[in-house]
Write a protein that binds this ligand. Structure first.
Ligand code: G3P
Length: 217
């Protein structure tokens, strides 16, 4: 499973990138706002740091304007994935931008039918938002599972990018279902390393080691 980091905070991306945990980065207008950075500058900085795809989202609502913005974003670096919303205009922009050889991430996906349309429009990534479905008492994981089955039924190579991951359990379930990628905030990725039995076991080992009076180096 590929790990994308869902943030525009350069320091946090760098920390995980140094551990080899970062296969890509996703941003959106809200994350750009949170970073306080200029979209073109921060996207360039991230794209230079990370080897994999870096999603940068268009903000126009009409297809032609989305395409124009997408072309500009794609020029920032070779590893930019242009992110477009799952609307008819977004699908049209996806079709044109992917036809021009760009990676396209179709975002704000909340149904399997939407995901099917994105695959047909040539999306590189489809981003179903798990947490936001859970927020309204729907099952975000069921959506990931449905999309996996539909894409496998027909051999679409659009990658399922499980997004709006809020918990370690979301990450686990998305991996079990076979999402190609998950994008999660740095805090969720770091929390995946935690287990109370690891902490308890380590505490015992340290206590016993101290009693041996030995040193390794
Ligand atoms: O990748 C999409 C993500 O940023 C949305 O997450 O937590 O705002 O629903 P959230």
């Amino acid at each position: 499973m590929k790990f994308f980091v869902d943030t525009a905070e350069v320091d946090q991306i760098a920390e995980l990138n140094d551990l080899g945990m970062v296969d890509g980065v996703t941003t959106n207008p809200s994350l750009i706002l949170k970073s306080g950075r200029d979209i073109l500058e921060v996207t360039k900085e991230i794209a230079e740091m990370v080897d994999g795809p870096v999603s940068a989202e268009v903000v126009a609502l009409e297809a032609d304007a989305m395409i124009e913005e997408g072309r500009k974003l794609a020029k920032i670096a070779d590893n930019i994935a242009v992110k477009v919303p799952l609307t008819w205009a977004g699908l049209k922009a996806c079709n044109v931008l992917s036809g021009e050889g760009n990676m396209v991430n179709v975002t704000l996906c909340f149904s399997a039918n939407q995901a099917l349309l994105a695959a047909k429009a040539g999306a590189t990534f489809i981003s179903p938002f798990i947490g936001r479905l859970d927020d309204i008492n729907l099952d975000g994981m069921e959506l990931i599972s449905d999309i996996r089955q539909i894409y496998d039924n027909y051999g679409y190579d659009t990658q399922i990018l499980a997004a709006s991951i809020r918990t370690v359990n979301h990450a686990y379930q998305a991996a079990m279902i076979g999402a190609d990628v998950m994008t999660a905030p740095p805090g969720v990725i770091k929390k995946m390393a935690e287990h109370p039995l690891t902490d308890a076991g380590l505490a015992t080992f340290m206590k016993d080691w101290a009693k041996t009076g030995q040193k390794i180096v």
